[in-house]
Design a protein around this ligand. Sequence first.
Ligand code: PHE
Length: 467
Amino acid sequence: MVATSATARDGWSSRTAFVLAAIGSAVGLGNLVRFPAEAGANGGGAFVLFYILCIVLIGLPVLLCETLIGRHGQAAAPESYRKLAVESGASRAWELVASLGVFSAFLVLSFYCVLGGWVLYYIGTFAADLAATGVTGPAFDGVPYEEVEALFPAMIGNGMVTSLLDLLFLGITLVFVARGVSGGIEKVAVYLMPTFFVLLLGITVYGFFGGAMQETFAYLFTFEPEKLTPEVMLAAVGQAFFSLSLGVAGMVTYGAYVGRDVNLAGTSVVIAGADTAVALIAGLCIFPIVFAAGLAPNGGLGLMFQTLPHAFQEIPFGSLIGLAFFVMVAFAALTSSVALMEVPTAWVIDRFNLRRGAAAVLVTFGAAFLGVLSALSTGALADFHPLGFIPLFEGMGTLDALDGLTSKLTMPICALLTSVFVGWIADRRLVDSENGLSGGVHLFWRFLVRFACPLALVAIMVFGLMG
Ligand code: PHE
């Protein structure tokens, strides 16, 4: 089976390409849509600061665990876990940790593409506006802001639109995954991520002058200890994993394409740094508009979609810039959805000896089925609560339930078991030969992986889930 993998997988063309692809996987709707939504829903500062702490003390060490397992294994995630386990004299059952991750990746893929579809809708809306009002004018010229804001609820309530756009986004993802790593994913990542970063920064700087910046800083960065409840902590850990693409075997899968010359520890720092920077900038970009426009910060997943058009309404070339922005968001989402689809696809390739194209199509069909359920859950199927029998997910539609199930349960469990595996089970020599660490940093990382991460995750999950 290893031979199959070797023929089915090709490597990254350079270290830079790997770094950019991993950043591409990490940076996406998690940063732009989910981070502001979670920060707002969980009261701002306490969530944000705890989130940053989670990135540094839990996310970063686990990221290194995942990439080192992948590079050592050079195969789809379960096989990589199994290889390291067997070589360390441990049970091959550790591969089940990866299987849990693969399953989570599949679930996340299914609802992620629904959000990707929303972005496509806004691309269409801005394109139509551009055609109607011309290049130089602001977006939605003369249209009252409430009407622009109302586009979002109208869109998510229309199941036909959200389902078709979900399938379109899934289809685009399929095309890239079917073409393979260096042909597909890399090209998107290498060219578009840097451009996107510059545009996002530009809009944020604009917000510094126009919006409620002071209020935003106070909201996002004031630490109020009483707001740090176990639920908020669990939400922050979940967001950290979601944003860094951890706990879904994704970084294990990508790590399998990395050459031995790459320093995994240094690379992990770059990936986590870039991802966190984009999330914080997205917050600094969106919340000034929230406050300036008098919107509620806990507006949920619609926050980005309802605030940014407001900025584009006020500036010359607004339609054009708005269109460019949402096109870039779509690409950022695509580099993430490609990573999400790559995980189960690599698994199907290795497991059933299928060709890449056929494997990707199989995964797509499954994700399409669940995706349409999610797409309809903000409208016609709002009263269908698939996980309603679990108290934590009571009253949640498919989209919210799958999001909660993965970010609050399966991803943290997968990450927890991964750190136990690397810290306690895997042969220390094998781990040390991969991790690229030395001296005090190495000891600190071992301490985090063996003690701090597992204990913190158990505690946060137990208390967070008990509510
Ligand atoms: N990290 C991605 C984002 O923030 C989502 C993702 C999760 C991608 C897991 C791959 C794996 O949008």
